[in-house]
Design a protein around this ligand. Structure first.
Ligand SMILES: *Cc1c(COP(=O)(O)O)cnc(C)c1O
Length: 375
């Protein structure tokens, strides 16, 4: 594959396979995997990963955030179920039906609008707000069931499932555990009452990556696997039953190496002044590639097996690292900015965010290539 060797991301499909296989072992028999491939697989590239999930790993359920992402999946030959977890303008109801996509439904009024905008049938998974307070029906169990029944009775609507979303399944506090149990109980109380009333839906799912890993439900028909598929932690403070393998390696090139005297100011704002004579490498990535500027003077990169500290501010397209102790570093050498040792979770800890955001923010000018096509 032809890509510009400046700053690029290598996607390790064997790590995807490992994470999925190990995660599956944690799920009860009746729980199927739904792979969450929104935001281009959290910045990893859905065009590489989604077909692999379907064709090599047999995944039958996918989740995305919006209609464009769902259409992209259909365009790349994804034939399985695709659930849009987020908002789709109701004017697109006919297109949702045409592409045979499942749409998340927030409330009766939204379902009614979808119903009015198609001559066919829009298939829904209805969101139940059990405590995330984001989308879904927020009412007591009985009223929630009333509203779901009303939705199911609409013309041009096929209510095929309900789902809820955990806010704290990855939390380390006892109260997080209590809260997640409360959400689970409330959700299946809705499921049970619907069953009793004779509305038996195919799906009722509550598990995200953390929910499945920490076994919060034996009854969820699907586990919506996101972050762990990409080898990151829902929360690195809470250990997982297996150590996931990070899927993305972010690489750039050493464009120049120079020797500087003690007292030399480096990069914008002169925030770094060399405490001794140093060897400094200039590296071809910056915040316009999604490499966080917040790593200025705190991040590290790996060059020829040595960890090298960033010196001075990360610029838009370049930054400098101290290679004094890294041996014979030369222009053209490869620097690893994110890998299995410097994970997105680690970078997130250094920059005050979460691993999810770090990989999502790797920008579109960074080519994603599979590790096997690396030349
Ligand atoms: C993004 C998302 C997920 C996946 O969450 P992870 O923490 O990445 O596993 C699951 N369900 C919903 C509704 C989501 O929006």
């Amino acid at each position: 594959m032809n890509h510009l060797k400046r700053c690029w991301a290598e996607i390790d499909l064997s790590a995807v396979e490992y994470n999925l296989t190990e995660y599956k072992k944690l799920l009860p028999e009746g729980t199927e995997l739904m792979c969450v491939v929104k935001a281009a697989c959290y910045g990893h590239d859905d065009r590489i990963i989604a077909p692999f999930l379907q064709n090599e790993l047999g995944v039958k359920y996918f989740a995305v955030s919006n209609f464009d992402e769902a259409r992209r999946l259909r365009d790349m030959g994804i034939k399985g179920e695709i659930l849009i977890l987020g908002y789709t303008p109701p004017e697109l109801a006919q297109q949702i039906a045409d592409l045979d996509i499942l749409q998340a439904c927030t409330e009766y009024a939204y379902a009614e609008k979808l119903s009015q905008n198609t001559a066919d049938t829009v298939r829904l998974h209805i969101a139940v707000d059990t405590g995330m307070t984001r989308i879904g029906i927020r009412a007591d169990v009985s009223q929630t069931c009333d509203e779901i029944e009303k939705i199911a009775a609409l013309p041009h609507i096929s209510a095929e499932g309900i789902f809820t979303h955990y806010s704290s399944a990855d939390g380390t506090d006892k109260s997080d555990d209590d809260y997640t149990r409360m959400q689970t109980e409330k959700f299946f109380a809705v499921r049970d009452m619907l069953d009793k009333r004779g509305l038996v839906l195919k799906h009722a799912h509550c598990l995200n990556s953390a929910g499945g890993a920490y076994k919060y439900s034996q009854r969820s028909t699907l586990a919506r696997l996101g972050i762990i598929l990409y080898g990151l932690y829902p929360d690195p403070a809470k250990p997982l039953p297996f150590v996931p393998k990070p899927v993305m390696t972010l690489k750039a090139v050493v464009s120049q190496v120079k020797t500087i005297e003690q007292g030399t100011a480096v990069s914008y704002g002169r925030t770094f002044v060399s405490p001794r004579p140093m060897r400094l490498a200039t590296i071809t990535a910056g915040y316009a590639d999604g490499y966080p500027r917040a790593l200025s003077n705190v991040g590290e990169v790996i060059i020829n097996g040595s960890r090298c500290k960033i010196a001075g501010r990360v610029c838009m397209d370049q930054f400098m690292a101290d290679v004094t102790d890294a041996g014979d570093v030369r222009p053209g050498d490869i620097a690893e900015l994110m890998n299995k040792d410097i994970t997105a979770d680690h970078i997130a800890a250094l920059t005050g965010t979460i691993g999810y955001e770090v990989t999502c923010l790797v920008t579109s000018r960074v080519s994603r290539i599979t590790s096997s096509t690396v030349d």
